[in-house]
Design a binder for this molecule. Structure first.
Ligand code: AMP
Ligand code: ZN
Ligand code: ZN
Length: 403
């Protein structure tokens, strides 16, 4: 613990000093995503580093954008646009302009195809255009030449890359000679999300994964301190995680025959595409009161979700109560899932962590819950680039900043 306090104190000290390693244009901005990390994980006694960074900096619970899945929310964080505007409307979706094509996270060709991403301008594109070197490693979208601009440094996503290697790669980028050294970098950890799905948010396995990621953030902090590199470190998650139970399973088969529709996603929600000629049947079966789930035609999704105008949004969206699974009887997973997300972004279980620490941030600030799109204007401000039009509110984070 003493060593940790010493490390944190050293980071703060480094943050206040002007050192030879300071990048031209200001300290590097490091955006870390811990997939599926809920804010309450900081209070379980397993995160000495992150809790220390939060205590000496800024902490908040962030509301994810609808739907509370990985790709839409990672893109919302770096574009400031909600998924309905940034074009990444789901992890799995289609565009009526390109029949027969489906965007999937696991489809490398799709992930690298700028057509899916071009509705938004991620912060690294704006920064590169302004002459700032960026390294959005493993961030969704970073592999595509969005709007024709590639980040100077990027990596093809490989889930098998150990967390330690991810940290070492980031630190190595900071050792590059000045013209190559990035001033905007990202780091991504998926192991907390995976443990949440496999074992649930309240399991010992989840706490173990959280502690291991925390230790890697500790290595990052130590690496920055060793390089005397003051940095603005922002740790976020894309969404939270809710406990599931086999007793809380709902079957679409009880409401619609299988040949009346197809779906792209099941579980924490279902996206429903009626079969040709079956539209009325699907609408009348779905758009009535149901126990533990509700469906909307895309045009009628409630306003607080800011969703449904994009042609890529599915014709019908069905959302179960948080912690319930909406599925079909023929779907038989090899292992039962014990945790999931994709539920109502306003439910507490879907909240995502936000921690910020560095020269730009005041110590000991706890912010009220804010929408994740407000991270984008913060990034633009720290990088001193003009933000593109966006859905974020700069005032959400104003009180967290030193100036
Ligand atoms: P989700 O269940 O929505 O939280 O998705 C989490 C999964 O997204 C991770 O386990 C990864 O397999 C995948 N993923 C995250 N980042 C990327 C990326 N940049 N490219 C491809 N897949 C990714
Ligand atoms: Zn995720
Ligand atoms: Zn997940």
């Amino acid at each position: 613990m003493l060593r940790l306090i010493a490390v944190l104190a050293a980071v703060l000290l480094a943050a206040c000093a002007t050192t030879p390693m300071q990048a031209p244009g200001g300290p590097p901005v490091i955006l870390v995503s811990i997939d599926g990390f809920r804010p309450d994980y900081l209070d379980r006694g397993v995160t000495p580093v992150l809790s220390g960074l939060a205590a000496a900096g800024v902490r908040a619970a962030m509301r994810p954008s609808f739907p509370s899945k990985t790709f839409p929310n990672h893109y919302a964080l770096v574009t400031g646009l909600r998924p309905d505007r940034n074009g990444i409307v789901e992890n799995t979706f289609e565009d009526p302009r390109w029949p027969g094509e489906t965007f999937r996270m696991s489809n490398r060709k799709a992930v690298q195809d700028r057509r899916w991403w071009d509705e938004g301008e991620p912060i690294w594109v704006t920064a590169e255009r302004a002459g700032i070197v960026t390294a959005p490693a493993f961030w969704p979208g970073a592999e595509a030449p969005i709007q024709g601009v590639r980040p100077r440094h990027f990596l093809v996503f490989d889930m098998a890359t150990p967390n330690e290697v991810r940290v070492d790669r980031l630190l190595a980028l900071l050792d590059l000679p000045a013209p190559e050294r990035p001033r905007f970098l990202t780091l991504y950890f998926d192991t907390v999300d995976t443990a949440g799905h496999d074992f649930g948010p309240d399991s010992p396995e989840l706490n173990d994964a959280v502690g291991k990621v925390d230790a890697q953030i500790g290595r990052l902090v130590e690496g920055l301190e060793a390089r005397r590199t003051p940095a603005n470190l922002i740790v976020v998650a894309d969404h939270g995680m809710a406990q599931l139970s086999p007793d809380r399973t709902l079957y679409m088969d009880d409401h619609l025959p299988g040949d009346a529709y197809r779906y792209l996603t099941r579980g924490a929600f279902m996206t429903i595409y009626p079969a040709p000629g079956r539209e009325h049947e699907v609408a009348s079966a779905l758009l009535k009161a149901h126990d533990h789930f509700r469906c909307w035609a895309k045009a009628d999704i409630p306003a607080p979700y800011h969703y449904g105008k994009n042609p890529r949004a599915a014709p019908f969206f069905c959302q179960p109560d948080t912690g319930w699974t909406l599925t079909t009887r023929d779907y038989k997973p090899s292992e039962p899932e014990l945790g999931s997300h994709g539920f109502d972004p306003y439910s507490p279980e879907m909240a995502a962590v936000f921690v910020a620490n560095g020269p730009a941030f005041r110590p000991g600030v706890t912010l009220p819950t804010f929408d994740n799109v407000s991270v984008y204007p913060l990034l633009a401000r720290l990088l001193r680039v003009k933000p593109e039009p966006n859905d974020g509110k700069p005032d959400d984070l104003q009180t967290a900043l030193t100036r």
